[in-house]
Every structure is written in structure tokens, then in C-alpha cells.
Design a protein around this ligand. Structure first.
Ligand code: UGA
Length: 475
């Protein structure tokens, strides 16, 4: 492995913490800074705070032996060659990214600069942020020869963040100075040279010693746009497939077949073509809005971004309409809910479409029994339990005596549920699946009325007979 580099990572959220731990994993000396004393104390005691595969083992392995935590940014920055800024960039009321945390960190870093350092923006930020960071450091009296600012966006997904970091499709380094580009090159050398993947304890993934990830060197502005454009494009794929799934529902076509038929075209690709109840999370909603806002400020018409957002919002309403059509009326109905996180394998509920739907159901006068394998604690903080909303211990308890069961998050454990037991627990065997986790034929065999996304609904054999005879209307 190459020479260890002294790195400070400012911010210990998903991106900061994962980056810090992974930099230690590839051989660097890392200090992770956060101004939240409670967070730092928890991390120092070995609590990872987030539900993320590989993170607990790696943190244990490198704690005080490659990584340490502090609240003292001045001390951390002073002793580092590269300072990564990975603080939050929340959405402001206008849709813009609120960059006040980034600015505050830049000003504080300025006070610690006595020798050359590279400041790296890793937070998702709009184009021109790099320039602003440089300007505010200079305004604080630091000469330009003492620092460079690099844009090094991160493309990791929650739930698979460690693997995504260590096995990236690409590493983007936006640097306008050679010295800064060289330092970033050295930081990522264990990955780009393939050396990391030959280690016996390396986390496995799609990269290997013979197929290491490429490092793309760009200008700072290009790197900033790459990040926003990537997330907006992925959101576009999701909204596109959701709109096509609505077309499938109107024509009795099957979105699974259609998505496969589209995705086999190598120019399109099969990933991110899963229809559902709309995208959520801390990134896509915020980043599409911020990208739209940047385009507006620059006078560029980019209405496509507005359409992506519209389709996404509509997808939740369409799902609610499906629940209504399955149950006729909603007031007073008992609904079981499977899933609260914005996607499976994470405990994050930020901008979760599942949480939005629970709120819509409560507003319609339903009572809800909800279960999520990891996001219950966070959900209870956001939506406290009440006479109308209960949090229950497992999926079968959510189904117990419910008028219908809704699948709102794509947890792998839901797809493996015992269908016979589920059907027995429900008052009426009705499942409305917003994530297409089950095979419609199997659901029909188990006696369910099963309504999913972009696929023809199925009904128990008895209801189909009655419907064919014209006795009841099933839809
Ligand atoms: C996303 C990007 O995938 C990462 O590359 C990026 O680094 C990250 O945002 C970020 O900017 O920090 P993440 O928010 O963790 O990662 O989640 P995704 O796996 O991308 O899913 C986002 C949402 O889209 C979820 O609600 C998910 O259920 C939904 N989705 C995803 C679909 O509805 N259909 C799909 O086919 C894929």
C-alpha cells in the first residue's frame, strides 16, 4: 500500500462517516470532526449511529488505529494534508441547497491554515460552491498559495454505502490545480491501482485488482454538475418507469415485462427501472429541487426536472387511490403497513414516501398498525404513536385483523413472509403492494386480492367467479 495520508473529514453523517472509515480501510490516518458532542461521544464509544452494512466491524477495527473522532476542527485541520467537507446541505424553502454549514466550516478551516492544504468538497453542492469556498477562505485572510479547493462528489447509496465507496463505478476529482489533483490521486491510489482488492481482508464487490475503478479528472465545475446531473438522471429513470407503469395499469400490460424489455437495451440498462410509490430519501428530492433551482438562476429552461418531481408526487396519490378502490371507503378502516424507511435495508425515514402515505391514511381517518425492521425508532420520533397509529413488533402483528395490508418499503424480509400465515392474520386477505415484492400468481393461489404497481390486479378464485357472473364489481 502507498504512504498513509493525514485526512480530516468534517461531518459524521452518512457520507462523512462512511468516507472517514473507508479512508482508514485503504490505509490513511483519519480524524473525523463533528460539532455535535453527543455524536462524537457515541462514535468514540463504538456506536455507529446508522444502520449500514460493514460499518460496525470497520469502525471497531480502526478505532484509535487509523480513525479517531473529535469536536475540535482547528486541531484536526491543522494536522491534515486534506480536509474533506461532508456536512449537510439541506433544502431551503425555495428549493436551493442551504450552504450555510459549508460556509461556516470553510471560515473555520481558514483560521487553521498555516501550511498548504487541499480542501475537498464532498457534500452535494450546486455549481460554483467550490469558487465560493475559495473566496470565503481568502476573505478570511488566507493567501491562495496556502490552499486549493477540490470537488470530489460521492455516489454512495445508503445501505450499501461502504461497498459503494470501496467499489465505485468511478471516482470523480474536479481539480483546477495539479498539486491538488496529485494529492487526491494519492488518496485514492489504493483503489485505482487495484492494490486494495488483493488484500485478504478487503471488502468484496464488483472491482478487483485486474478491474480497478477509473478516476476521472475534471474541472471543479464539471464535477459539481456531474453529481447533481447523476442524481437527477436516476430520479428521471424512476419517474419515467412510474409513468410507464401507470400506462401499463390502464392497458392491462405488465410493467415487469416492459421494464425488462426496455432494460435489455444496453444503452438504457436494467437498473433503476423498478416502479413503486416514488423516490424518497435525503438525496433525490433535495438534489432534483436544487438542480432545478440552479438552472432557473442561470436562466436555463429545464422543465423536465419539474416533471420528474410532479410524477413523483402523483405516484403517492395514485397509490392511495388504489387502497381506496380496494376498500371502497377509508374512514375507520384498519390498515397494516409494512415498511416506513424510504427504501429497504436502511433505517432512514427522511422524505420517505412510506411516512407520507401513513400520514395520508391517518388524515383519511384510517387506523394504522405499522412495522419496519429498522426504522421504527426514527418513525416514532417523527410520527408519535397514538390511538390511531400503533407500532407493532413484526409483519404478522401489522396484518392482524387489518382490512388490508400495504407494502411500502422494499425490505428483503417482507418478500420472504409466510403467505399462509399472512392471509390467516388479515381480516380480509387484501394486499396493496407499492414495491411489487410478490408474485401475483402466488398471491392469488393463497387467496389474496393483490394489487401492485403496473401489473394487473389479481383476485381470489371465488371473487373472479362472482365477477365473471356479474354479481359483484371487483374494481
Ligand atoms: C442516491 C443515489 O443512488 C446515490 O448514487 C447517491 O450517492 C445518493 O443518492 C446521494 O446523493 O447521497 P440513496 O438516496 O441512498 O442514493 O438511495 P437509492 O438507492 O438511490 O434510492 C432512492 C429512492 O429511489 C428510494 O426511495 C428508492 O426506493 C427509489 N427507487 C430506486 C425506486 O423507486 N426505483 C428504483 O428502481 C430505484
Amino acid at each position: 500500500m502507498s504512504e498513509p495520508i493525514q485526512i480530516a473529514v468534517v461531518g459524521s453523517g452518512y457520507v462523512g462517516l462512511v468516507a472517514a472509515v473507508c479512508f482508514a480501510e485503504i490505509g490513511h490516518q483519519v480524524v473525523c470532526v463533528d460539532n455535535d458532542q453527543g455524536k462524537v461521544a457515541a462514535l468514540e464509544s463504538g456506536d455507529v449511529l446508522i444502520h449500514e452494512k460493514h460499518l460496525p466491524e470497520l469502525l471497531k477495527r480502526y478505532h484509535n488505529n487509523g480513525i479517531r473522532f473529535t469536536t475540535d476542527l482547528h486541531e484536526a485541520a491543522g494536522g491534515s494534508q486534506a480536509i474533506f467537507i461532508a456536512v449537510g446541505t439541506p433544502q431551503s424553502e425555495t428549493g436551493d441547497a442551504d450552504l450555510s454549514y459549508v460556509e461556516a466550516v470553510a471560515c473555520e478551516i481558514a483560521r487553521s491554515l498555516t501550511s498548504y492544504k487541499v480542501i475537498v468538497e464532498k457534500s452535494t453542492v450546486p455549481v460554483y460552491t467550490n469558487e465560493w469556498i475559495g473566496r470565503s477562505i481568502e476573505r478570511n485572510g488566507v493567501p491562495r498559495r496556502l490552499f486549493d479547493v477540490v470537488s470530489n462528489p460521492e455516489f454512495l447509496r445508503e445501505g450499501t454505502a461502504v461497498e459503494d465507496f470501496l467499489h465505485p463505478d468511478r471516482i470523480v476529482v474536479g481539480a483546477d490545480s495539479e498539486a491538488a489533483a496529485a494529492l487526491l490521486g494519492a488518496i485514492y491510489a489504493p483503489l485505482t491501482s487495484g492494490a486494495y482488492y488483493s488484500r485478504p481482508q478487503a471488502i468484496s464487490g464488483c472491482c478487483s485488482a485486474s478491474q480497478p475503478p477509473p478516476l476521472l479528472h475534471t474541472s471543479t465545475k464539471s464535477a459539481e454538475i456531474i453529481k447533481h446531473a447523476s442524481n437527477a438522471f436516476l430520479a428521471l429513470k424512476i419517474s419515467f418507469i412510474n409513468a410507464v407503469s401507470n400506462l401499463c395499469e390502464a392497458t392491462d400490460a405488465n410493467i415487469e415485462q416492459v421494464a425488462r424489455g426496455i432494460g435489455l437495451d444496453r444503452r438504457i440498462g436494467p437498473r433503476f427501472l423498478r416502479p413503486g410509490i416514488g423516490y424518497g430519501g435525503s438525496c433525490f428530492p433535495k438534489d432534483v429541487a436544487a438542480f432545478r433551482s440552479v438552472a432557473e438562476q442561470l436562466g436555463i429552461g429545464f422543465n423536465l426536472l419539474t416533471e420528474i418531481e410532479k410524477i413523483n408526487a402523483l405516484q403517492k396519490k395514485r397509490f392511495l387511490a388504489k387502497v381506496r378502490s380496494a376498500l371502497w371507503t377509508l374512514r375507520g378502516k384498519r390498515i397494516g403497513v409494512l415498511g416506513l424507511a424510504f427504501k429497504g435495508e436502511t433505517d432512514d425515514i427522511r422524505e420517505s414516501p412510506a411516512i407520507d402515505l401513513v400520514q395520508m391514511l391517518l388524515a383519511e381517518g384510517c387506523s394504522v398498525a405499522a412495522y419496519d425492521p429498522a426504522a421504527m425508532e426514527r418513525s416514532q420520533q417523527a410520527l408519535p404513536a397514538s390511538a390511531q397509529l400503533r407500532y407493532v413488533e413484526d409483519a404478522y402483528a401489522a396484518a392482524r385483523d387489518a382490512d388490508a395490508l400495504l407494502v411500502l418499503t422494499d425490505w428483503a424480509e417482507f418478500a420472504a413472509l409466510d403467505l399462509k400465515r399472512l392471509a390467516g392474520a388479515l381480516r380480509y386477505p387484501i394486499v396493496v403492494d407499492g414495491r411489487n415484492l410478490f408474485d401475483p400468481r402466488l398471491m392469488q393461489e393463497h387467496g389474496f386480492t393483490y394489487i401492485s404497481v403496473g401489473r394487473p390486479a389479481v383476485y381470489p378464485a371465488r371473487e373472479v367467479e362472482l365477477a365473471t357472473a356479474g354479481t359483484v364489481r371487483t374494481v
